[in-house]
Write a protein that binds this ligand. Structure first.
Ligand code: SF4
Length: 341
């Protein structure tokens, strides 16, 4: 057994010891104190939160480190841009029962918790009212009735907040409830924890996920190859050994992974870990994240180069999510009519 998979106590301790003070983060990374006042101002509405193991993969004295830029609050977040909104995917209108989001056919999303081990500055749910959407035991009958009313529903997606940031006891309770519904065949888990706090994939969780009758699809979230150190690779291999299907989704972020070289390296590193690239999302236009945005044209130019240089199985689908569309909308470079004939 791999030691860091051993205990819930270990990851719970790490989760209680996150870096939440911008001053501490700057000091640990030998970064200038001039970054502190804007960081404190931007953290007022969406606090800093980052595990120490994730910080250990950052380069010291580099204010442009691609992992740092995902978590450090910056003054640009305070600029109000009218093209960006508090709820870019209009999720508050797809929320039929507390804790449920139902946007697409045959699958629905359950938000077990609003908590995450990390606060990604570009998160499209950074303003989401989780406090009104956390399902407890008392909500289960309404959730069960809602699922049963639509016999076509066969997949539940646990999403975030990060569903693996809850205790094993709570996670297993929800798993048992979902297992008890014969119409459900698949459980998808959207989580950043195997990457940002790999110890979370403890032995008890892995065993329970191996035993379940549901097919488990673990969709991790990783934006840059530097996030995938050897510990993460070993943990992902353990997930695979326990029968999970592993996919990754990334967000295309200016200054973090906005080049074909970086994204190709990410795909290859994911493949080393047994993970297939699934989606590359265009940024959702959430207020406070405008500085990460790339134009559609820039995104397509990067994607075209990825298409030319990667085998199809390592090419994520470039998509945009919109409130209107009943699926994620794929984007493809225009190759001209001549190429289709
Ligand atoms: S882990 Fe996911 S839900 Fe949590 S802040 Fe990051 S992007 Fe948002």
């Amino acid at each position: 057994m791999i030691n860091h998979l051993a205990s819930e106590q270990n990851w719970q301790a790490q989760l209680s010891d996150l870096i939440v003070d911008p001053a501490e983060l700057l000091q640990l990374l030998d970064l200038p104190v001039t970054l502190l006042p804007p960081a404190l101002a931007a953290a007022e509405s969406f606090g800093l939160r980052v595990p120490r193991v994730f910080v250990s993969r950052m380069q010291k004295a580099n204010p442009l480190d691609p992992l740092l830029l995902q978590v450090l609050p910056l003054h640009q977040e305070l600029t109000v841009d009218s093209r960006f909104s508090l709820d870019p995917l209009a999720e508050r209108h797809s929320n039929p029962v507390t804790g449920l989001l139902h946007k697409y056919q045959r699958r629905l999303l359950l938000t077990l918790t609003g908590a995450c081990a990390i606060h990604c500055r570009y998160c499209f749910r950074r303003h989401f009212p989780y406090q009104d959407n956390l399902p407890g035991t008392q909500e289960w009958p309404a959730i069960r009735d809602y699922i049963q009313a639509d016999p076509e529903l066969n997949e539940v997606i646990l999403s975030g907040g990060d569903p693996l940031s809850v205790s094993n006891r709570r996670f297993f309770e929800w798993l048992e409830r979902l297992e008890s519904m014969p119409q459900l065949t698949t459980l998808r888990i959207h989580t950043r924890l195997p990457v940002v706090l790999p110890a979370r994939m403890d032995a008890a969780l892995l065993e329970r996920l191996r035993e379940t009758r549901l097919k488990i699809v673990l969709v991790i979230h990783c934006n840059h190859a530097q996030e995938l150190d050897n510990t993460v690779l070993r943990v992902l291999q353990a997930c695979k050994d326990h029968g999970m299907v592993l996919l990754n989704q990334s967000v295309l972020l200016k200054g973090i992974n906005s080049s074909a070289d970086e994204l190709i390296l990410l795909s290859e590193r994911l493949f080393d870990a047994g993970v297939l690239p699934y989606y590359l999302h265009l940024l959702d236009k959430v207020q406070g994240a405008a500085h990460f945005d790339l134009s559609r044209r820039e995104a397509l130019a990067i994607y075209r180069e990825m298409m030319e240089r990667l085998p199809g199985y390592l090419l994520p689908r470039l998509v945009r999510e919109t409130p209107e569309a009943p699926f994620k909308v794929p984007l493809l470079p225009d190759f001209g009519r001549a190429n289709c004939e």
